[in-house]
Design a protein around this ligand. Structure first.
Ligand SMILES: Nc1ncnc2c1ncn2[C@@H]1O[C@H](COP(=O)(O)OP(=O)(O)OP(=O)(O)O)[C@@H](O)[C@H]1O
Ligand SMILES: [Mg+2]
Length: 271
């Protein structure tokens, strides 16, 4: 450690600052990646259960098809197996697109499919906690985004919302365009416990948390919202929150809207 410090002492100040800035950047990337894996961990048990259910469906309908030789029963069995296979493939595609490391690359894309890919991952988890999910896709706005990072932000907001609704509740995920302000918006509204004003001021601070880690050691680092704010700033956007104790909380992500004229000719589908 001492050697490193004296090495630094001999460097010209600007070179030293650049080196430290690079170190900070690399640590921030690592933190983002670690947090991403931690949010996958929060969903692992629900996703594993869902896969098990899909496999049971496939096995049972395959058995039915083997036993019954008539065309109608076999057709039904094949239809069910096909549907189960599609569902499983949607989930794995969602996971792969989420886990993909894209560095700092941004692509102009429709925000609706990006949101849908995240919802595939959380659907089962929400059901398990008796949370009713409603989507309101009022428009298909385009924004220049790093899809993995934005999905990470969305996953964090949804997990926060679920944790705020211990007795179940409603989650509304909306996508809209505000052409006057030139903004594309994604909002996540929950009917959870809400955040009192003295805490609301602090929720974006790194390590601010009101939670303790669960049995699997998940949650409670207090980094979710601080990283969400960093990601939104890097996108030239912002994150806003409105909350009422006992009524619920709404987080809104605002991105600079990519005007129709400069959008790519083909709709960018994730995965
Ligand atoms: N939807 C919400 N409803 C109520 N409180 C919330 C909501 N979202 C965030 N909070 C409050 O903000 C705090 C900070 O959230 P943040 O996501 O940064 O960290 P965390 O969820 O506590 O920990 P981690 O994300 O590491 O699991 C939470 O502890 C909680 O008190
Ligand atoms: Mg959180």
């Amino acid at each position: 450690m001492k050697a490193t410090l004296s090495e630094f002492d001999e460097m010209p100040t600007t070179a030293r600052i650049i080196e430290l800035q690079q170190q900070i950047q690399s640590l921030q990337q690592q933190l983002l990646q670690a947090q991403k894996m931690s949010s996958v961990g929060a969903l692992a048990s629900s996703i594993t259960h869902e896969f098990n259910n899909i496999l049971m469906t496939v096995i049972n309908y395959a058995k039915m098809g083997v036993r019954h030789k008539d065309a109608a029963t076999r057709d039904k069995a094949f239809d069910k197996i096909l549907a189960a296979g599609h569902r499983a493939s949607k989930i794995t595609t969602g996971m792969l697109s989420y886990a993909k490391q894209q560095g700092d690359r941004r692509d102009s894309m429709d925000l609706v499919p990006l949101v849908e890919d995240v919802l595939v991952l959380v659907e089962k988890d929400l059901q398990r906690y008796r949370i009713r999910l409603t989507t309101q896709f009022e428009a298909h706005p385009f924004a220049a985004v790093n899809s993995g990072q934005v999905q990470q932000v969305l996953l964090n907001l949804i997990i926060n919302a679920r944790q705020a609704m211990e007795q179940g509740g409603n989650l509304v995920v909306a996508v809209r365009a505000n052409s006057e302000l030139g903004q594309a918006e994604i909002s996540i509204r929950d009917s959870g416990c809400g955040i009192p004003p003295e805490k609301l001021r602090r929720i974006f601070e790194p390590f601010f948390t009101t939670k303790t880690a669960d049995e699997q050691g998940q949650g409670g680092t207090g980094l979710g919202l601080s990283l969400a704010r960093d990601v939104m700033e890097a996108h030239g956007g912002r994150i806003r929150v409105e909350s009422a104790v006992g009524a619920g909380t709404t987080f809104t992500l605002k991105f600079p809207l990519v005007p129709a004229a400069v959008r790519p000719a083909t709709v960018h589908k994730m995965g």
